[in-house]
Design a protein around this ligand. Sequence first.
Ligand SMILES: Nc1ncnc2c1ncn2[C@@H]1O[C@H](COP(=O)(O)OP(=O)(O)OP(=O)(O)O)[C@@H](O)[C@H]1O
Length: 270
Amino acid sequence: MAANTDPDLVVALDAVTVTRDGNALVRDVSWQVELDERWVVLGPNGAGKTTLLNLAAGRLYPSTGTVHVLAERLGGTNIAELRTRLGLVGGHHVVRIPPDETVHDAVLTAAWGVLGRYRESYDAMDDARAGELLARWGVAGLAGRRYGTLSDGERKRVQIARALMTDPELLLFDEPAAGLDLGGREDLVRRLATLAADPDAPAIVLVTHHVEEIPPGFTHALLVRDGAVVAAGPVDQVITGDNLSDTFGLPLSVNRIGDRYTALSHPLPS
Ligand SMILES: Nc1ncnc2c1ncn2[C@@H]1O[C@H](COP(=O)(O)OP(=O)(O)OP(=O)(O)O)[C@@H](O)[C@H]1O
């Protein structure tokens, strides 16, 4: 099948519907992610966010419409090969890193796409890259620890380092801050902001429920509700009280504090 000819389009959904048991998980969604863009996908529970991420990851095929990922059309390409070009972090995509694996090996083994060190051989460059990524994500001091002994926040950062090990062309995050305490969330948001600002970083799509988790430097937002797009476009135009109220189905006001957002519901009428 024909490849998408625009090399700048990392993800392209055209009139995509996904149905299961007669229900539409996403309905008539058209959405494009370009090479240098960092997208946040926001919406309430069950809105279809993970379904969109699974389409972008080539883990799910549309029932109708077309999906191109990295200029390859889903259904007409070798999915195994495509997946080697993507990085996935969090949610249901969490790679099951063995608890007795060292943190260093948990990142290193991504070079072979395996979990758990066996007989693969790694060269010094792989070792150096794993060490450099652990340092960049603030967990170099944990390199010798067993993965199973890490806190949730530390695990998340190791997972991100692992996802980056193969130099992916598209990085997908499903609720990366879920379960983190306030300090862990803030640390992660700041590190994601640093990643977003890196011109060599891949295109990024991050799914979240909370505007507080939008890292500074993220360029675009997609709001979804009941499987349909409520709004899509530049973050500062899309993250508004009206749009969020429509998305979450309750009256919300949005505040921007510096380069961060917060959202609160209006007081209930007495
Ligand atoms: N295999 C399936 N069969 C039937 N319904 C499904 C299936 N997978 C997901 N759904 C439903 O599709 C809807 C969208 O699911 P999805 O996981 O994409 O939502 P989400 O926005 O990621 O939700 P959450 O924020 O709770 O993770 C939900 O109502 C879910 O119950």
